[in-house]
Design a protein around this ligand. Sequence first.
Ligand code: NAD
Length: 255
Amino acid sequence: MEKSGSENSSSQIFRDLLAGSSRAVVFTGAGVSTESGIPDFRSPGGIWSRMAPIDYQDFVRSAEVRREAWQRKFEMDDTMRGAQPNIGHAAIASMVERDVVRAVITQNIDGLHQASGVPADKVIELHGNTTYATCLECAERYELDDIKREFEVSRRLPVCDVCGGIVKTATISFGQSMPLGPMERAEEETLECDLFIAIGSSLVVYPAASFPLLAKRNGARLVILNREETPLDDAADLVVHDEIGPALARVVPLN
Ligand code: NAD
């Protein structure tokens, strides 16, 4: 494993790995969006240092918990909605546009890869998307503005007009099953890639964090870019402990 020595040497190794790849995959976590002002979960000051996550079963079981979940959602929504893609997102979009990267597998729920220009069909969202809501029974889509208006006036919880089911942000919560389609596509892309680049993930959230090891065991090279250590650093061909935007800007030509 090559640990990031000098900035120059790790950037050169990263560029060489990209140049030698014919099919790379990028895998992102919350760290790629902190430079857009969206806090991650585990860093100091991150969301979990302020509140514990809400479990899916509790959400389904209790109207009070659902009220708490929507209250939190709307409190955080201004930050989420005001966020713009940053240099890290732009560098990833540039790699996709150049066909260096075939797919972006993301744990993020903020939609910023799509906003940075990655075609939606190349973004595989493992944990869903928090910019809209769906019915848990029939998957009917609902927009947040409509739900927020009602909630702020009467604290009314959203219920599906079609089937009466519970409406929830289109994210995957703790305790909720992973989405089958995205998991299958992510596995396919992981098994077909020759270079797997994990960016801004603590690599502790499973099953998402199993993809880097799957790629490595299948013969792909593995790059990990994260400001702090991850449990998979020892398995990587290159580990870069740095800030994402500046590190990628040294490696990828921006459009
Ligand atoms: P995480 O919070 O567990 O880890 C983020 C990692 O990124 C940390 O190791 C941190 O040190 C690193 N990091 C943060 N900013 C960085 C920067 N600028 N440069 C380099 N490294 C940086 O995130 P995770 O592993 O993605 O898992 C947490 C879960 O939280 C995910 O499942 C995701 O669904 C959800 N989440 C998403 C968002 C979002 O969509 N933006 C935000 C918070 C949480």
